[in-house]
Design a protein around this ligand. Structure first.
Ligand SMILES: *Cc1c(COP(=O)(O)O)cnc(C)c1O
Length: 396
């Protein structure tokens, strides 16, 4: 077995250097803890970037995957497969939407959402100059379409030209969105809670206002729930707390809880007036192993009452984080929803706090330039919150 040093050296020798990784090599996980190659234990408040909602080593989940591996892993979309039918039904039922298309990642879910919106508009006027309004400081992924709607010039600049017809508005500023609407606008895309940009929940009035604008102009509302969806905010999908519904929703991250899978989900109007056979496809998307994971994740959410658990734990986390805001000058504010929380760090680089936390056995990550992001597995207990707070206090 490799130690951390050997693992780091080998990785840097052979893996394309696109990440500045923290200098630990994680080997295994149990519950809400991860262990490195030397056996050092870490309390995990990162969950593989809001992915591992159920904690590590969930027996029901692991067993479902093992069983599916023994049955069949992949068959392609040329044929029907049983886990796909099951998983699709659960996504549709939980969202109250109409149809789902499974992808392999979040960024591909965004690609599908963009293509769907363009096709919907094209069917109305057969023109090819439709526009999409996206938000500044948004994050939707790294493929060229998703990057085009990601409001971060640093990520975009070296890869131009991106796809055309994208305009940017200010998040939580309805007038700004309104001013970007033209008769060419086919969709407005936003994260219900901005994640990478710094943990900014949409204001209820803003989201309702955007929905009303979309209704008025027959524009499709795309809500990106890739990070904030799947129970993280105390709702299966964050928009369910706002009394608005998207026309298109994107999911990924916790959807498969570690198996790479995403989805774009359409309401009836959109599903019936957009993609048809020949318009879109994927070799892996919706494969039996990925869908067995999705299906089991929804079962476990129900059996283990995950959403109720988030609603119980999140207020405690918020209370404890608010105490840090009161107590430390370096913690300027808390923002978030449910178990998706951010602390604004001032007077020192957020990276410094994160590195100290890792040294002290706590995994946390950043968002934006100055936000400490807390996105733990959804199964954390109050005692884990206490443990996290006591480690974090050593780092502030
Ligand atoms: C992570 C993320 C994506 C991209 O998902 P990938 O699986 O990394 O491609 C898109 N949107 C949001 C909101 C995300 O958090």
């Amino acid at each position: 077995m490799m130690n951390t040093e050997q693992c780091m050296n080998k990785t840097e020798q052979y893996v394309l250097h696109t990440y500045n990784r923290f200098k630990i090599a994680l080997e295994k996980g149990k519950g809400v803890y991860l262990y490195d190659a030397e056996g050092k234990k870490y309390l995990d408040f990162a969950a593989g970037i809001a992915v591992f909602a159920l904690g590590y080593g969930n027996e029901a989940y692991n067993q479902a995957l093992k069983d599916q591996i023994d049955r069949v892993i992949h068959t392609s979309n040329l044929y029907y497969n049983l886990p796909l039918a099951e998983a699709a039904k659960k996504v549709v039922k939980e969202s109250g939407m109409d149809k789902v298309f499974f992808t392999n990642s979040g960024t591909e879910a965004i690609e599908g959402a963009i293509k769907t919106a363009r096709k919907y508009a094209w069917l109305k006027d057969h023109k090819t100059d439709h526009e999409i309004i996206a938000m500044k400081h948004s994050f939707h992924g790294r493929s060229l379409g998703a990057l085009s709607v990601t409001g971060n010039t640093h990520y975009q600049e070296p890869f131009k030209p991106l796809i055309g017809g994208i305009k940017f508005a200010d998040f939580n500023d309805l007038e700004s969105v309104k001013s970007q609407i033209t008769d060419r606008t086919c969709a407005i895309i936003l994260e219900t809670v901005q994640g990478e940009g710094g943990i900014y929940p949409a204001d209820p009035e803003f989201l309702k206002g955007v929905r009303a604008l979309c209704d008025e102009h027959d524009i499709l509302l795309i809500l990106d729930e890739i990070q904030c969806g799947m129970g993280r905010t105390g709702w299966m999908f964050a928009w369910q707390d706002y009394g608005v519904q998207p026309d298109i929703m994107t999911c990924a991250k916790a959807l498969g809880c570690g198996i790479p899978v995403g989805a774009f989900v359409l309401n009836k109007k959109t599903a019936e007036n957009s993609l048809v056979p020949g318009d879109h496809g994927t070799t892996y998307g919706g494969n039996p192993l990925a869908c067995a994971a999705v299906s089991k994740v929804f079962d476990i959410f129900e059996e283990q009452k995950i959403i109720e658990h988030v609603r119980e734990t999140a207020p405690y986390l918020e209370e404890k984080l608010d105490e840090l805001v009161d107590k430390y000058d370096s913690v300027a504010a808390r923002r978030g929803k449910g178990l998706m929380q951010g602390l604004v760090i001032t007077g020192k680089p957020v990276g410094e706090v994160i590195n100290k936390a890792i040294e002290n056995g706590l995994l946390v990550i950043s968002a934006g330039s100055d936000v400490l992001r807390l996105v733990p597995p959804l199964v954390i207990e109050k005692e884990h919150v206490d443990e996290m707070i006591s480690i974090l206090e050593k780092c502030l």
